[in-house]
Design a protein around this ligand. Structure first.
Ligand code: ADP
Ligand code: MG
Length: 591
């Protein structure tokens, strides 16, 4: 895009000039600037959405981007724009872009960048920054901060662009760094001066780079594939664990065929739920403990042996000797906790394809003794759960409320489910079956609270599908203001707040009898539904499973921004949900 004179043009002028410049030959005298080169470089690489918060020095960048036909989604806080960008990256395999102002805005976005890196989601945090000369001498510029240095340890790669002619290559580098190999977060530092720099439009256009094959296939070594198959073949009680890396890889059909051809029971990690429908006969989801404990060979596909899998050792995994096969793009992931006897390093699509080839046509299913034991355990557990999900208690408990939402998701398998909280997360994860890949977005590897509204917004924008966000009242509080964003863009998002008056429970008391409530307690019977009404959305106060069902169905049908305040028994939750073991408790009782 070429501009007539300086960076001070209004977006309309710029758009106008650009139209003109497409008609004529771009003449040598025409100029472009940093703003337009950034936009042109993103668009050239099919990045057409920016999540961000405007302000100094990137306000015009957002304006010009919109004028150039990009979708610019403005948030109320950078952290949520950042979570949105990372979820966009997870859902699309293209880096989601988050745009922030300098220092405090950058720092607000940094949490999301670190979270993206931890979760292996591709995103690029682009922040405006102060002038290098002043920052380096600490002379006190507006929002002066050495952002590049701060970002570096928290992301996969960090770059600063100082000259307009480097914008093309800088953005190409950022894109490649985000999506190639193990995906992650990339920081791109754009000093204010860069955005206003001008150069010849012709030279500018030539300087742009369209990234060729941004995430090249990584074919596994043939011997690693046959080694893995030999180990799997020798198993008496094999198990496959699918992680969110497998969901990210978009090799859905081949993964289904691999599972079915192998006959091996599988466990989906939380965000891999739905890769195969949770109702699949080989799913060991409802017999998780038994499957982990008694298996003798475990094949991990895009899942790490981190805390979510008890690091591959200890009580969770039982005492029987166990062998691990791991399929992952990151060679350093192998042997990170326990010995991996058969590492298969490559991209999941290529690895699964090679495994399928190697299995041939006469692959024998695992012994029936093992698969029957898992099926029997599943049936017992599911039968025990069923009546709880149909209870009509008022106030509602987690099971009664989630039983209703479970049916709604079953009837709308293409809706996206966003889920965060403590008890609200744990119960929803095990109760709500998913039926399609990448339909569940949750707190991820860090178990972070606050991903809710950003994730819901990205899911709606990127997929156009209805979104159901099931939120603990505490979790919702971290990003609640973004319901204004949801209303502003009229997104088809239904938020259900599980309101039990507090964190874990609403029943704690201040032991001193003082006026302050306990640290885990909120305002009793808060009306989150009225927040949604304040912005023109639909607010519903639901006290029974019937009311909840009606409200959510209506919201999913209408696509109108809706918040359902679901009143949950304030005594129903447990401390820290299912990870109370991570929350140290004093054994010294103080009177
Ligand atoms: P979960 O939390 O669901 O267990 P993790 O985030 O722990 O999943 O693991 C995801 C793994 O998937 C990471 O180790 C990452 O390197 C890997 N991964 C991500 N994308 C790919 C891909 N396309 N091919 C192979 N491995 C991938
Ligand atoms: Mg709560």
């Amino acid at each position: 895009m070429a501009i007539a004179t300086t960076a001070k043009d209004s977006p309309q002028d710029a758009a106008h000039t650009s139209l003109a410049s497409h008609n004529d030959e771009t003449s040598a005298a025409e100029l472009t600037d940093g703003f337009h080169l950034v936009i042109d470089a993103l668009k050239l690489n099919d990045i057409n959405t920016i999540y961000g918060v405007p302000g100094i020095p990137v306000t015009d960048l957002g304006r010009f981007a919109q004028a150039a036909g990009m979708r610019v989604i403005s948030f109320r806080h950078e952290q949520h724009a950042g979570y949105a960008a990372s979820v966009a990256g997870y859902l699309t395999q293209k880096p989601g872009v988050c745009l922030t102002v300098s220092a405090p805005g950058f720092l607000n976005g940094l949490t999301a960048l670190a979270n993206a890196t931890t979760n292996c989601f591709p995103m690029i945090l682009i922040s405006g920054s102060s002038e290098r000369e002043i920052v380096d001498l600490q002379q006190g510029d507006y929002e002066e901060m050495d952002q590049l240095a701060i970002a570096k340890p928290l992301c996969k790669a960090a770059y600063r662009i100082l000259h307009a002619e480097d914008i093309g290559i800088g953005i190409a580098r950022a894109i490649r760094a985000a999506v190639s190999g193990r995906p992650g977060g990339v920081y791109l530092d754009l000093p204010a001066q860069l955005l206003g720099q001008t150069m010849s439009a012709l030279e500018g256009e030539k300087s742009l780079v369209k990234v060729i094959d941004p995430a090249p296939r990584q074919i596994p070594a043939p011997e690693s594939v046959s080694r893995a198959l030999d180990v799997l073949k020798g198993a008496k009680r094999p198990l496959i664990i699918l992680g969110k890396g497998a969901a990210y890889a978009q090799a859905d059909e081949d993964i289904r065929v691999l599972i079915e051809k192998s006959g091996v029971p599988y466990l989906p990690m939380s965000m891999a739920k739905g890769l195969l429908p949770d109702t699949h006969p080989q799913s060991a989801g409802a017999a998780r403990s038994l499957a982990l404990k008694d298996s003798d060979v475990v094949m991990l596909i895009g899942a790490r042996l981190n805390w979510l899998l008890s690091h591959g050792k200890g009580k969770t995994w039982g005492t029987a000797p166990k062998q691990f096969i791991q399929v992952d793009i990151e060679p350093k992931e192998m042997d990170s906790n326990v010995e991996i006897v058969a590492p298969v390093v490559g991209d999941i699509a290529s690895c699964v394809c090679a495994l399928l080839d190697g299995m041939g046509d006469d692959w024998a299913s695992p012994p029936a003794e093992w698969t029957d034991a898992i099926s029997a355990k599943k049936e017992t557990n599911l039968a025990r759960m069923a009546p709880k999900l149909m209870n009509n208690n008022v106030p509602m408990d987690f099971h009664g409320a989630l039983g209703v939402l479970r049916t709604i998701v079953k009837e709308r398998p293409d809706a996206i489910l966003v889920n965060e909280g403590a008890n609200t997360l744990d119960f929803a994860r095990s109760i709500i079956d998913m039926y399609q890949p990448r339909k569940r977005v949750d707190v991820g590897t860090w178990g972070v609270m606050g991903i809710g509204m950003g994730s819901a917004i990205a899911a709606a924008i990127e997929t156009g599908k209805p979104v159901l966000a099931i939120e603990g009242d505490s979790a919702f509080g971290f990003s609640g203001m973004e319901i204004e964003t949801i209303c502003r863009y009229a997104l088809p998002v239904c938020v259900v707040v599980f309101n039990n008056n507090g964190i874990y429970r609403g029943t704690d008391v201040n032991p001193t009898g003082g006026a302050d409530v306990a640290p885990t307690v909120f305002v009793k019977d808060a009306r989150y539904d009225k927040m949604m009404e304040a912005f023109g959305g639909v607010g519903v106060y639901a006290t029974t499973p019937d009311e909840l069902s009606r409200a959510v169905n209506e919201a999913m049908d209408s696509g109108k921004p809706t918040l359902v305040n679901a009143v949950i028994d304030e005594a129903a939750g447990t401390e820290s949900g299912r990870i109370g073991n991570l929350n140290p408790q004093s054994v010294v009782a103080k009177k």
